[in-house]
Design a protein around this ligand. Structure first.
Ligand code: B12
Length: 230
């Protein structure tokens, strides 16, 4: 008997992992995630499964079949999964030029898993991170930016309801930051290019990996052109 008859094909296992996350089966999901990591499966593919699980949980919440308790559990699953994955991602991503980044989630929003994941990727690529946490008002971003002089300011916004706060922060920073002005990059589930235009930020990333690339370009002196944002 060969191994193939015992272990289901990879695609099937990945889909099962997404199902376990969506069904909030924390123990089974973490056990499977760990097993797959130990077997050398690409952590980026596993991370994509976690993101897809979060998306499906969000859809169930919107439809009313999941409640806030499910979002809380989802947050815990995502946090533990990221913790496992971080060991593997850290070893994978070691090259790149560093810079100093001020990070935070915008006022009104307490989602931090996306921001933390972005922070992790940046750290793995030799960036210095100053994390202001969640629910950060525009004025605090400005005050800390003036005192800490980051190269880049990263703002996470997951909730549509916080979009006006994000717009306020971007406008304030663009107006009041001393020269040379730090670049501002925004990211988070609720954002797309249209929203980025609305809040007035030319740097927007649909995910943490794209965000990392943009930050590397900024530090490498490449122009801040929307063409390399996608
Ligand atoms: C887990 C979760 C929670 C947890 C969060 C725990 C935590 N510590 O973060 C808790 C329970 C706290 C929560 C609360 C709420 N939530 Co919630 N939550 C989720 C859920 C299921 C997963 C979010 C997540 O962590 N995803 C995984 C991370 C890794 O993904 P991410 O945040 O998108 O980040 C990625 C990118 O966006 C990017 N990124 C993120 N930030 C940044 C920043 C920069 C600079 C860059 C470059 C990139 C970047 O990088 C990441 C990796 O690629 C989503 C569903 C979904 N579709 O996402 C709903 C969701 C975000 N929540 C939602 C809602 C409505 C709420 C509540 C209002 C519910 C309520 N009635 O109380 C509250 C709001 C509380 C508040 N004031 O913030 C809605 C938001 C809808 C909207 N458009 O506004 C969603 C989409 C669910 C839904 N479909 O309805 N939630």
């Amino acid at each position: 008997m060969n191994n193939q008859s015992k272990t289901p094909p990879l695609e099937e296992r990945l889909e099962r992992l997404v199902d376990l996350i969506t069904e909030l089966q924390e123990d089974a999901c973490l056990a499977e995630l760990k097993a797959m990591l130990d077997q050398g499966i690409d952590p980026k593919r596993l991370l994509s499964c976690c993101m897809e699980g979060m998306r499906r949980i969000g859809v169930r919440f919107e439809k009313g079949s999941y409640f806030i308790s499910a979002l809380i559990m989802a947050g815990e699953i995502m946090r533990s999964s990221t913790e496992y994955l971080s060991h593997y991602l850290t070893h994978q991503e070691t090259s790149g030029t560093g810079g100093r980044i001020l990070l935070g989630t915008i006022k009104g929003d307490i989602h931090d898993l996306g921001k933390n994941l972005f922070s992790l990727l940046l750290k793995c690529n030799n960036f210095e991170i100053i994390d202001l946490g969640v629910d950060v008002p525009a004025e605090v971003f400005l005050k800390e930016a003036i005192s800490l002089k980051p190269d880049i300011i990263g703002i996470s916004c997951v909730l549509t309801n916080s979009l006006e706060n994000l717009k306020k922060a971007v406008t304030l920073l663009q107006k009041k930051l001393p020269t040379p002005k730090a670049a501002i990059i925004i990211g988070g589930t609720c954002l797309d290019e249209r929203m980025a235009n609305y809040v007035g930020s030319s740097l927007w990333a649909k995910d943490a990996a794209v965000g990392l690339k943009i930050c590397q370009n900024v530090i490498g002196g490449k122009p801040h052109k929307p063409s390399y944002l996608r």
